[in-house]
Design a binder for this molecule. Structure first.
Ligand code: UN1
Length: 513
């Protein structure tokens, strides 16, 4: 049987059978237990990674701290040049890295390549930005005075990322942090540790070629105990964490306790509102890709369709029809639309959610279930399900990281749909399908969607790099990647400079000596 070039890809990326999971550039050290990485694609062991012990972590933080002291001296456009080279290496290695992502995480090969493309795009974005870390100047109320603000690097940035985007989310953070003059310590998900190893090998090569300290980029590996070392560490002024709301609640609280900053990108419960004038040609691919892409394991995955009652039957039938075309199987085989869920726990969560939705009165429109037989030996392949449900069902209020789509109706005006769309605890992504200008603008207004991302006539997932990415409410409030997200990786300093011979006080205060 073909291995779809996986062996060759691992070789090209320098991923071995046993890897040091604690690394700062060329200096690898790890004393912790071995983490085994099994592919959800075929259930086979891909490789092992040594977890990070407390002593390993201390070494990483020392190396990172030292690297920071020299890296912050490098002019920002020169740091941009390093990120440019990193982006070029990613272009060269797009194929093997995309394959590894697909094999270790289980997303389709196209999406694996897409993820590497997101890394390349953020590198390009960061290179341009490295000449635009601009502060403002302000007129002073005092004669002979100037006021300005400057943006300085913040220090050692901690990055915690999730299994579903094993590499892109790291790149969103790290490429901006680097051009800002920070150094990064990355804990990827212990479900996809080899993707982290591959990325670390790539950046370590670039740093070495440029004679730069290895501590500019480090990885650490392990479970939440390693995450805890980061959240409690006062040497880490910023922790950027992507993952579940439960994880974010703990990270946010722990980091806040020591007055650190956190950037949280947590769960979503994303809906598409489908109005009477919606164009089915756009609705069907938008909703179906949103719901089943990455096997429903994106934080931006479409979980709910809120459909106007006048078009409900037509939209439901079109979507149910499209589900019949979906092929589920090895994601490295490009004829398949959908790969497996990440692991057995995830399959159990999926099954429990379907059972709960049924128990709450949901009606199955497309039955789910676990696939068995040839090609499905890993036990992680499931059928995407569609359930007619009510927004207030407890299970609908909850983010289930699996391909389960809930359909619900609204009647009357778009405001009623917006109410349902906003009627969940999460606030990441949202969309409206309409050809009515007024409806679209209402949805985008202050009285419209309460999400960080609000789209018109496209789905909820697949955001581009240029925009700030993140959401409100239980999604955590952080913004990454585009727009002015760079500011979170820097500290702001306000300067007032007196070039006169007097010392007038602000607010006209007199203080004569
Ligand atoms: C995530 O699922 O954590 O908008 C990130 C999207 C992708 C990123 C998703 N660009 O779907």
């Amino acid at each position: 049987m073909t291995d779809f070039g996986i062996k060759e890809a691992l070789k090209q990326l320098g991923v071995k059978e046993i890897n040091n999971g604690t690394a700062t550039g060329s200096d690898n050290f790890s004393n912790g237990a071995l983490i085994e990485s099994y592919s959800p694609v075929d259930g086979k062991l891909i490789g092992k990674v040594k977890a990070t012990s407390k002593e390993d972590y201390e070494k990483v933080m020392e190396t990172a701290g030292e690297a920071y002291l020299s890296f912050r001296n490098m002019p920002a456009p020169q740091r941009g040049e390093i990120v440019r080279q990193f982006g070029n290496k990613l272009r060269e290695l797009k194929e093997p890295l995309g394959k590894l992502i697909s094999y270790e995480m289980g997303k389709s090969l196209q999406e694996g390549y897409g993820e590497v493309q997101e890394m390349i795009d953020i590198c390009d974005f960061a290179v341009g930005l490295s000449r635009q870390l601009n502060g403002q100047t302000m007129p002073s109320e005092r004669p002979g005075h100037v006021m300005r603000e400057q943006w300085h690097p913040i220090g050692v940035v901690g990055i915690i990322s999730a299994f579903n985007f094993p590499v892109a989310v790291w790149a969103w953070n790290t490429s901006l942090a680097w051009i800002c003059g920070d150094v990064c310590v990355w804990k990827g998900s212990e479900k996809v540790p080899l993707c982290s190893i591959a990325c670390q090998n790539i950046i370590a090569g670039v740093l070495k070629e440029n004679n730069l300290p290895e501590g500019i980029s480090s990885i650490i590996n392990g479970d939440h105990t390693v995450g805890e070392m980061m959240t409690k560490d006062t040497r880490m002024p910023l922790v950027s964490a992507t993952g579940s709301t439960n994880m974010g609640r703990i990270v946010g609280a722990t980091v806040a306790q020591r007055f650190g900053k956190s950037l949280l990108e947590l769960g979503g419960n994303n809906a598409i509102i489908i109005t009477p004038t919606a164009d089915l040609k756009v609705v069907v691919p938008g909703a179906v890709f949103g719901a089943v892409g990455t096997c429903g394991q994106r934080c931006t995955s479409t979980r709910r369709l809120i459909i106007h009652e006048s078009v409900y039957d037509k939209v439901r039938d079109a979507i149910v029809g499209a589900y019949q075309q979906l092929t589920i199987g090895n994601p490295l085989d490009e004829k398949n639309h959908i790969g497996p869920l990440i692991d057995q726990d995830s399959v159990n969560t999926y099954l429990a959610a379907i059972a709960k939705a049924k128990a709450e009165g949901g009606k199955m429109l497309v039955e789910g279930g676990v696939l068995t037989g040839e090609g499905y030996e890993s036990g992680c392949y499931v059928k995407p399900a569609i359930i007619e449900a009510d927004n207030h069902f407890e299970i609908v209020q909850h983010e289930t990281f699996a391909p389960i789509l809930y359909l619900m109706k609204y009647s009357g005006e778009v405001e009623n749909a917006i109410l349902q769309q906003n009627g969940v605890a999460q606030g990441l992504s949202s969309a409206i399908m309409t050809n009515e200008l007024k409806e679209a603008e209402k949805f985008l207004s202050y009285a419209g969607s309460d999400c960080g991302i609000a789209n018109v006539n496209i789905g909820t997932s697949g955001a581009e790099i240029g925009g700030a990415f993140g959401g409100e409410k239980e999604t955590g409030g952080g913004r990454e990647s585009g727009s002015d997200a760079w500011k979170v990786y820097m500290r702001r300093q306000t300067n007032t400079i007196n070039y006169s011979d007097e010392l007038p006080l602000a607010q006209g205060i007199k203080f004569d000596l």
